[in-house]
Write a protein that binds this ligand. Structure first.
Ligand code: SF4
Length: 440
């Protein structure tokens, strides 16, 4: 009995300590942020649209990689209406290299909803934001707090890691249970801070002073605490309590609250789970070249690189003969789609083209790592001989018109068109070096 009593007492002490740590983290992080916030382009004018686009870009992508994409995207599509009216090919092109293309498709879907239902604006309501395509708990929390000053948390992997260390949590931080627990604790802590500092949190925010560095003052400070708090955790997670390597506890605003630091457990927390090995898929990539043009194929609407243009190919590592045979089959398929009456079956809508006439050259191997899979690619450039190439060049004009409607599954495109108009997945980056040179 005495033991049970002692365990219960310990549990209560632990819970109290934990609640204190969450509560005291709010003023500590706000103070630190005033002097240490990262200067980032999307923090200069944190409108709901700017916060939304930047947060979606930052998912699975490093801050440094996002800067240039963000500025280019905003320069071309300055508001919600511009996104809703942009073509899918244009959006994918602007996103090319960032990966996870479903993100930009969801931005377009959400922009159309915003134009239809919310007068081209993002709603100042966490639950309504949460209902938009591509916006989950974290992004809704980030937009609501940073752009509207609503006191809600934005919990991502960085936040989970920081608070697992602060509270000494030794189990799997990716579990829904822990995520929910951290979100609840942070929500309570932010609200408590709001109650106790009424002059600091009004709930009506225009984006405030977030991220400019240096102590904030006056009216701007009044409405920006929830957003500054969430951005402070993001910055601590990215620059101080880092995911890989030793955390910089000597520079951390939370070190006086941190259980992992005081108990020497920073290397053990968060608990590491054995990573599952990614399946490796062997593929053969074919650069089918006809004069100045190369054949592109649109990937299926669902799955990996959904809807992106790719250089066509087949599963497995093909030999020279296998690559030429696959190329002839693909050409026959393009002919069948472009002109169902093409009896040549060689993609040239005319006299037969034997696969032995195709010239194949081996290109370097390449690997591309996705989050849940890996491609081990073998490449060939396949050149289509003279007359057949001329017929393809003529057919490609017609082909370009169908591509513009978004219905084409194959497209003959020049290197310039690929560079400027058609987003080819970055998994094929190595093979772009071998595109046919354009005549000046
Ligand atoms: S004291 Fe160290 S381990 Fe604890 S939150 Fe700060 S950086 Fe992370």
């Amino acid at each position: 009995m005495r033991n049970r009593g002692k365990t219960e007492e310990e549990r209560i002490v632990r819970t109290n300590r934990e609640e204190e740590a969450y509560r005291d983290s709010v003023p500590a992080l706000l103070f630190w942020y005033d002097y240490n916030a990262r200067i980032l382009p999307w923090r200069e004018d944190p409108t709901p649209y700017h916060v939304w686009i930047s947060e979606i870009m930052l998912q699975q992508t490093r801050v440094e990689a996002v800067r240039a994409y963000y500025e280019r995207f905003l320069a071309e599509l300055p508001d919600v209406r511009a996104v809703a009216e942009a073509s899918e090919d244009r959006l994918v092109k602007l996103w090319e290299g960032l990966g996870y293309y479903s993100r930009v498709r969801n931005i377009a879907k959400a922009a159309r909803v915003l134009c239809e239902k919310y007068d081209d604006r993002l709603p100042a309501d966490y639950m309504l934001l949460r209902d938009l395509p591509g916006i989950g708990d974290y992004t809704a929390g980030a937009i609501a707090s940073i752009a509207f000053g609503i006191p809600v948390p934005a919990v991502d992997g960085n936040v989970l890691r920081v608070f697992a260390r602060v509270t000494g949590y030794r189990e799997d931080i990716r579990s829904d249970r822990f995520k929910k627990h951290v979100a609840e604790q942070l929500r309570t802590a932010i609200l408590k801070y709001a109650e106790e500092n009424k002059e600091d949190v009004s709930g009506e925010c225009s984006g405030g002073d977030a991220g400019r560095g240096g102590p904030a003052s006056g009216a701007a400070r009044i409405s920006s605490a929830p957003g500054r708090f969430n951005q402070a955790i993001m910055d601590v997670g990215a620059t101080v309590c880092i995911p890989n390597g030793k955390p910089h506890c000597d520079k951390c605003p939370l070190s006086h609250l941190c259980a992992a630091f005081s108990e020497g457990l920073t290397a053990e927390i968060p608990a590491k789970k054995a990573e599952k090995a990614r399946p490796v898929e062997k593929r053969t990539v074919l650069l089918l070249c006809s004069g100045e043009r190369v054949l592109l194929r649109r990937r299926p609407a669902k799955g990996l690189l959904a809807g992106m243009w790719e250089f066509p190919g087949i599963s497995g590592h093909a030999t020279y003969a296998g690559a030429k045979q696959a190329a002839a089959a693909i050409l026959a398929e393009t002919a069948e789609r472009a002109d169902p009456g093409d009896t040549a079956g060689d993609g040239t809508a005319g006299s037969p083209l034997s696969r032995t006439e195709l010239r194949a050259k081996r290109l370097p191997d390449s690997r591309h790592v996705f989050s849940h899979a890996e491609w081990d690619m073998r490449g060939y450039r396949i050149d289509i001989p003279g007359k057949a190439a001329e017929r393809i060049a003529r057919a490609s004009e017609k082909n370009a018109e169908t591509a513009a409607t978004g219905s084409a599954e194959y497209l003959w495109a020049s290197a310039r068109e690929i560079r400027e108009e058609h987003g080819v997945a970055s998994a094929f980056r190595v093979y772009r070096e071998y595109l046919p040179k354009e005549q000046k």
